[in-house]
Design a protein around this ligand. Structure first.
Ligand code: UDP
Length: 341
């Protein structure tokens, strides 16, 4: 019998790509999403890509304990991947209570039900934001976490700790935290991708929206950093590669391959790319000119971060494969798909 994975937040950007890859790998998937930060576009795309019209979808809020209990009562769940969380750094500073309540309560409800089942495999979507401005690069999983600089970042650290402590306390509960670097791009079909609400905060959606004419000009935040070209360095990970890391992590849990009951993996490429390099690569691969200007640094930005991916490569048997050019071409294809072009 195929194992069944509950994907909370499965209608969103990363959740929809993960759902596709889980189904491709032979898992059954149950999607739960309250559609607070997306609509059904990506879930419809998932159905088209996989040719599966029968993926169970629950429009529920994981902050509602009864709703989460219902998910577990109605489905035999072998593993949970928990994405359902708010993710805008600036908004979290303005609305901390909303962020703490949403991101913590939903995860606590998922863990409570997992525990009640007599155990479950729980994968938490964490972030490289937990490393802050690291002193030594690239960062490994042993690199110390630094105090969070936003409520959003704090919820990632707190949920990691809640998972660690729950695994230690409750027999049968196992956990993996995946620390994502900068997920970008879209599925090669251009049927699913990122759907930012309002003005995008992240670089690549801002680039594609500028290229299509929705935004006038990209502002590059700072060109006076002590890096080679003066702009910040990040580790941009293709969203399909990222999704495949989840499949590898779920398989590790379900096949009894974990070395510890709680494990952490960096999910990145191991390759630092500057903002200017990314913009140039986007122009080149898509044969267009982007309107951009250099402006002041964005407060709170770290200068540079990229992953040491040795542990994920060796333990998960996973490696990022798609080139940054192919990823940027996919991001542009998705933007054009949205514009009906
Ligand atoms: N960035 C930029 N202009 C934008 C958005 C982002 O220059 O409109 C830069 C930002 O300063 C950072 C990089 O792009 O150096 C990645 O930013 P993003 O917000 O996508 O991710 P994060 O800051 O979380 O790494």
């Amino acid at each position: 019998m195929a194992k069944r994975v509950l994907v909370s937040g499965g209608a969103g950007y990363i959740g929809s790509h993960v759902t596709v890859e889980l189904i491709n790998a032979g898992y059954e998937v149950v999607v739960a999403d309250n559609l607070s930060n997306c609509d059904m576009t990506c879930f419809e795309g998932v159905k088209k890509i996989t040719g599966r019209d029968d993926i169970p979808f629950y429009q529920v809020d994981c902050c509602d304990p009864d709703a989460v209990a219902g998910l577990f009562a109605e489905n035999e769940i072998d593993a949970v991947i928990h994405f359902a969380a708010f993710k805008a750094v600036g908004e979290s500073v303005a609305e901390p209570i909303m962020y703490y309540r949403n991101n913590l309560v939903s995860f606590l409800n998922i863990l409570e039900e997992s525990r009640k089942q007599g155990g479950c495999n729980v994968l938490f979507s964490s972030s490289a934001t937990v490393y802050g401005e690291a002193e030594v690069l690239p960062v490994t999983e042993q690199t110390p976490r630094l105090p969070a600089t936003s409520p959003y970042g704090n919820t990632k650290q707190m949920c990691e700790d809640i998972l660690r402590d729950s695994v230690a306390a409750y027999k049968g509960v196992k956990g993996i935290a995946l620390r994502y670097f900068n997920p970008i791009g879209a599925h090669p079909s251009a049927l699913i991708g990122e759907l930012p609400r309002g003005v995008p905060n992240n670089l690549v959606p801002f680039i594609t929206q500028t290229a299509i004419g929705k935004r006038e000009c990209l502002s590059i935040f700072g060109n006076d950093y002590p890096t080679e070209d003066g702009t910040c360095l990040r580790d941009y990970i293709d969203v399909v590669d990222l999704a495949k890391a989840h499949v590898a992590a779920v398989a590790r849990m379900l096949d009894g391959k974990m070395k510890e009951d709680y494990e952490i993996f960096n999910v990145g490429t191991g390759r630092p790319v500057s903002v200017s390099e990314l913009v140039n690569a986007f122009e080149k691969v898509n044969e267009l000119k982007l309107n951009y200007k250099y402006v002041d640094r964005r407060p709170g930005d770290v200068m540079a971060i990229w992953a040491d991916t040795t542990r994920a490569n060796e333990e998960l048997g996973w490696k990022a494969e798609r080139s940054v050019e192919d990823t940027l071409a996919s991001a542009w294809a998705w933007e054009k798909h949205l514009a009906g072009k």
